[in-house]
Design a protein around this ligand. Structure first.
Ligand SMILES: [Zn+2]
Length: 350
């Protein structure tokens, strides 16, 4: 089994200023630029100077607005044949499209997230739309991951809290994976499970969890990257996605206005930790110390949708054993949503 991981990783302040140099280091001189919405307005001057000084030629560039798979096919057909690399700069959409375009064209991808709200910027899955329906596609990992921590700091804080949620939840997802081994003999790749858990632990045991601390942002971004790579090692989303993700997927389906993935997953992770019991003190520590809890108390999820999502969650994925597959667990969690004061404070009546 061959695992190809990113060979160039720069997660630091002002990394964006060197993007031209990084492309040149990897011997890419002709590139395609994909911008997330509103991102070119903010960052184009920096990127342009950097590319120019490294003599990198941009053969095609566009701002991506939708993740419809058809538009990516069109883009793939139109792409000039001399292109040597795809550079995706933006949030989730631009990077998902970059991943799939790189996959279709067998080209390396430079993943340049401007916010780290989930582990998608370096994962082997691209979330795209097929005739209006969200679908996951298997793709390759990016060749390079470039995260400018100064850019992260300028993004709205909800993105960072969302990134934290998609990170500490690996504690409950790895628990579920091991439970699936005990209950239905689903094989566990121990290395991948350890990688995901260790990514969450790095965050959990980091002392100064302040958003003003650029080193903390580096830890969040690096750990999310590790979680994405754990999925590649496992050849499945298991290390990064357990019952908390099923609840979030159900919430996405039920809600007219879903929240950010990592915010939903983070709340759901605390919820399922109450069933898993031994993970609860860890998740509680994570949400209390990082400010995630306080943020969600100010911006709660919908109580009704959350309850419906808990009911729907076990049916979200076939043959996917989690704590919610245990007899009576859904009913127990529905009671806990009303009784547990911490959980109840992160969901509110509409
Ligand atoms: Zn996730």
């Amino acid at each position: 089994m061959e695992i190809s991981v990113p060979s160039l990783v720069r997660i630091k302040p002002k990394a964006l200023y060197k993007i031209g140099k990084y492309l040149r280091d990897e011997d890419h001189r002709r590139v395609v630029l994909l911008w997330g919405e509103g991102i070119a307005e903010l960052l184009k001057p920096i990127v342009e100077v950097s590319l120019l000084s490294a003599e990198i030629e941009v053969l095609f560039e566009t701002t991506v607005t939708d993740t419809e798979v058809e538009s990516i096919f069109h883009m793939a057909v139109e792409l000039p044949s001399q292109v040597e690399a795809i550079v995706a700069i933006g949030g989730g959409k631009a990077i998902d499209i970059g991943k799939y375009l790189a996959f279709l064209k067998r080209l390396p991808l430079f993943s340049v997230p401007t916010a780290v709200s989930n582990d998608g910027f370096c994962s082997p899955m691209a979330s795209l739309t097929v005739r209006g329906k969200k679908t996951s596609f298997r793709v390759e990992l990016p060749q390079a991951v470039i995260v400018d921590t100064e850019v992260l700091q300028k993004a709205p804080v909800r993105f960072l809290y969302s990134g934290m949620g998609d990170l500490f939840c690996k504690i409950t997802s790895v628990y579920d994976w091991k439970l699936a081994y005990r209950k239905v003999r689903e094989p566990v790749n121990d290395f991948a499970a350890n990688m995901a858990r260790s990514a969450a632990d790095t965050f959990l045991y980091y002392d100064d969890k302040s958003l003003e601390n650029p080193d903390f942002l580096r830890v969040i971004a690096t750990s999310l990257m590790m979680s994405g790579i754990a999925m590649e090692v496992a050849r499945s989303s298991r290390p990064a996605s357990g019952s908390e993700h099923l609840i979030s997927h159900a919430y996405d389906r039920l809600s007219e206005k879903p929240n950010l993935h990592g915010l939903q997953v983070g709340v759901a992770s605390y919820a399922v930790s109450l069933l898993q019991e031994k993970t609860e003190p860890l998740i509680r520590k994570a949400i209390e110390e990082s400010g995630f809890l306080a943020f969600m108390q100010e911006h709660p999820l919908s109580l009704r949708t959350f309850e419906e999502a808990v009911k729907l969650a076990p049916q979200m994925k076939e043959n996917y054993y989690t704590i919610l597959s245990e007899k009576g667990s859904v009913e127990k969690l529905l009671e806990l949503i009303r009784e547990n004061t911490i959980l109840r404070s992160m969901v509110a009546e509409d």
